[in-house]
Design a protein. Structure first.
Length: 271
């Protein structure tokens, strides 16, 4: 009998860099792990890897090595925390990985298949922008989280990202996280502007997952190359991110029946 899937996959992405996407991906993963869930983080910023930098780790292998016939997924796997918080590092400074062809995508996906089902959550930290690899990875997960800040350029670039995924891939379910908000009112206003644009010009109804307050503790944790919620568990940003993790736990519970017959990662789209 075929095993029933219980793993929820989500891609975390942004229209532009510098919005705190990777740090959010790591912190959400840690929050889910602390709640008792095994979590796998995949650094899919293939060419400008930075999850390992945030963690202060120097992995021996990365996703590029999966293209070698003698390397399997477990050879690349690295532990962030013992007991079920793991990550797959990406390569840095390898431009050919930024726009992977279909053969490369299928090779990596095939080697990951048996590994992914060991986790309750698989989180893909995507690169910023609109390159083909970002779009392909975003299309294979169950959920898509778009990280936005109140800056106008973040709003316009995030709208552009969702527009391309909608018009070229038929994707219309997006969850938005407002990061670095100075107040709940600013977060609400930022989402309202993005929601209105998506509804008016794309006729899609995006949803707000939550907001994370601007918090200087985040910058300090990055400088120390440590996990935010280990460094400052009671900081405002830590509390907000735990709220995001709880929302994702609820969403996974609600989707367990529909997840049962789905793969953890769908097939990459044919270009």
């Amino acid at each position: 009998m075929k095993n029933r899937n219980k793993t929820l996959s989500l891609s975390i992405m942004s229209g532009k860099g510098g919005v705190g996407k990777t740090n959010l991906a790591l912190s959400i993963g840690y929050g889910l792990f602390k709640a008792g869930n095994p979590v796998l983080l995949m650094d899919c910023d293939l060419g400008l890897a930075n999850l390992d930098v945030l963690l202060g780790l120097s992995p021996e292998k990365n996703l590029q090595d999966l293209l070698r016939p003698d390397v399997g997924a477990r050879d690349v796997l690295a532990a962030i925390e013992p007991g079920g918080l793991d990550f797959l590092p990406a390569a840095s400074g390898v431009p050919e990985l930024v726009d992977m062809d279909e053969d490369m995508q299928e090779t990596i996906s095939g080697k990951l298949t048996d590994l992914l089902g060991n986790y309750a959550y698989v989180i893909l930290d995507l690169g910023a922008g609109l390159n083909q690899t970002v779009l392909s990875f975003a299309s294979v997960t169950h959920l898509r989280l778009v990280v936005v800040t109140p800056e106008p350029t973040s709003l316009t670039d995030s709208y552009a990202l969702m527009k391309v995924l909608f018009t070229q891939y038929g994707i219309e379910d997006f969850y938005v996280v407002i990061n670095q908000a100075e107040s709940p009112a600013e977060a609400k206003q930022t989402f309202a502007r993005l929601h209105a644009a998506c509804l008016k010009f794309l006729n899609i109804n995006i949803r707000l997952l939550g907001a994370v307050r601007h918090d200087p503790t985040v910058t300090e944790a990055v400088r120390r190359q440590t996990l935010l919620m280990k460094f400052a568990p009671s900081a405002p940003a830590s509390k907000d991110i735990l709220g995001l993790a709880k929302s994702l736990e609820r969403m996974r519970r609600e989707r367990l029946d529909s997840l049962a017959d789905e793969p953890v990662l769908k097939k990459f789209p044919v270009r």
